[in-house]
Design a protein around this ligand. Structure first.
Ligand code: GAP
Length: 447
């Protein structure tokens, strides 16, 4: 195993050990590429999504939120092109029954001679089938009787919920082009090969923002959103800039709806891969919805009296992938001190502080409880009195908790505690009365 693959394994095992992420249905042997988020995982996920939500809907006055259904009218997926176009080429090995995406085995998979290609799993040649197109949408049925007429799909992207509601939102909120609609929600794709932990899963969450602009201004808007989204990673999440880059989609890569597309990629332990797509979707979706629904989908400009289909600049990020880059970027083996640390920015850390009585007697637990009760009005904190103080701190270093507070015998005399910084392990003596102020200061000046 390479060092890089090894480091993904280490992250996976830390996530399980510390209650971030578990394999779904583990007691039944697991369930293909679905993951459950444990107590620390859900806190981290919420902190990331709230940061994105604030960035989009609070810092931009012309972007508003929406929460549309996962199940929608099946015609939406005809109009969007997902029924016709949302395929991956699938090959099976007749010998070992392994499944692959043909385009991941061979770039030029359409003209390849599959009888001469070796199966990467069992090593036999001549057993791979010809590629066949496989639609990635999950199908289900509405109502008690299963019939062709009752088919519904689990949405493969949240975007369509925004497009079909855009005129309702625009009218209700009196928005003028350019304006945006943001949404966070689950999406589902029946991926042929789901791998690399939470990177590619069958159930995941997207954070998408659709920005409706006047045709002709789309190229400039695209440029502006590219820059803004890149900054969200470096400034907003504090991700190492050297591990981020843009990748522009070439002609063969462009989705059926896109005129121009850029991925923000991160250098994961398994290589450079996409975490967010920024797409110029033109007026493709709105025109198609007008065609398939028979309803007018044009925007009406009250000032110029023009009617037109806005172009759409889409920023589409995977929340789970964003969480994976936050974890991968924060993972640090501190060999000098023989400890593993998640160097999460305090604003993202699931727990901000652990409060520990030095010993379980002499009135220290009572005082530590009082400190916890005060702090929990401000942050997510935990109380821990199990094990040596060193072990308690190391457990929290792995969980990414930035502050450790110890109540000791001196605390009983002068009402001070020690405040430990996770990364430097420096400890300051701080009056209990000014703990909140001191922690706020540290969070605001964190580097
Ligand atoms: N609405 C456009 C759209 O869905 P996409 O590039 O197919 O575009 C956008 O997906 C983002 O959704 C990706 O950059 C990725 O972060 C996330 N994503 C897509 N498929 C995923 C999967 N199977 N597992 C986890 N995240 C996924």
């Amino acid at each position: 195993m390479t060092d890089k693959a090894h480091s993904l394994d280490k992250i996976v095992s830390l996530c399980k050990r510390r209650g971030f992420i578990f394999q779904s249905s583990e007691i039944y042997g697991g369930f293909g590429a679905v993951y459950d988020y444990g107590p620390l995982g859900i806190e981290l996920k919420n902190n990331i999504s709230q940061l994105w939500w604030r960035d989009m809907t609070q810092l931009h006055e012309n972007i508003v939120g929406l929460d549309s259904g996962i199940l929608m009218h099946p015609k939406i997926w005809e109009a969007s092109g997902h029924i016709e176009e949302f395929h991956d080429p699938l090959v099976d090995c007749k010998q070992c029954k392994a499944r692959f995406r043909a385009d991941e085995l061979i770039t030029d998979f359409e003209s390849a001679d599959w009888s001469a290609i070796q199966c990467p799993t069992c090593g036999t040649t001549g057993n791979l089938t010809e590629p066949r197109q496989f639609n990635l949408m999950f199908k289900t049925h509405m109502g008690p009787v299963e019939s062709e007429g009752d088919i519904a799909y689990l949405r493969p992207e949240t975007a369509q919920g925004i497009y079909v509601n855009y005129l309702l939102v625009q009218g209700a909120m009196r928005k003028k082009v350019p304006f945006g609609i943001a949404q966070i929600g689950k999406a589902f794709r029946n991926e042929i090969v789901a791998r690399n932990f939470i990177f590619r899963t069958r159930e995941f969450e997207q954070m998408e923002m659709q920005y409706f602009v006047k045709p002709g201004t789309d190229d400039d808007e695209m440029k502006a959103w590219k820059e803004e989204r890149f900054n969200f990673y470096t400034v907003g999440l504090g991700i190492n800039k050297d591990k981020l880059r843009f990748h522009q989609h070439g002609h063969g890569e462009l989705a059926h709806y896109a005129k121009e597309a850029w991925d923000i990629e991160y250098e994961f332990p398994f290589g450079w891969s996409e975490v967010e797509g920024i797409h110029n979707r033109t007026d493709f979706d709105l025109k198609r919805h007008q065609e398939f629904s028979g309803k007018n989908m044009q925007y009406s400009d009250q000032i110029s009296n023009e009617k037109y289909f806005p172009y759409i600049i889409e920023t589409s990020a995977g929340l789970n992938r964003m969480l994976l880059i936050v974890l991968a970027d924060a993972y640090w083996e501190d060999s000098e001190n023989n400890r593993t640390v998640l160097k999460l920015h305090p604003k993202l850390a699931p727990v901000k502080a652990v409060v520990c009585p030095l010993v379980k007697k002499d009135g220290l637990p009572e005082l530590a409880r009082n400190v916890t009760d005060e702090l929990k009005k401000h942050y997510k904190v935990i109380y821990d009195q199990q094990g040596s103080i060193g072990k308690r701190y190391y457990r929290q270093d792995e969980a990414g908790t930035p502050f450790g507070i110890t109540v000791d015998h001196q605390s009983l005399e002068d009402n001070t505690v020690t405040l430990r910084n996770r990364d430097t392990q420096n400890q300051d003596r701080v009056p209990i009365d000014s703990l909140v102020e001191k922690i706020n200061d540290e969070i605001n000046n964190w580097s």
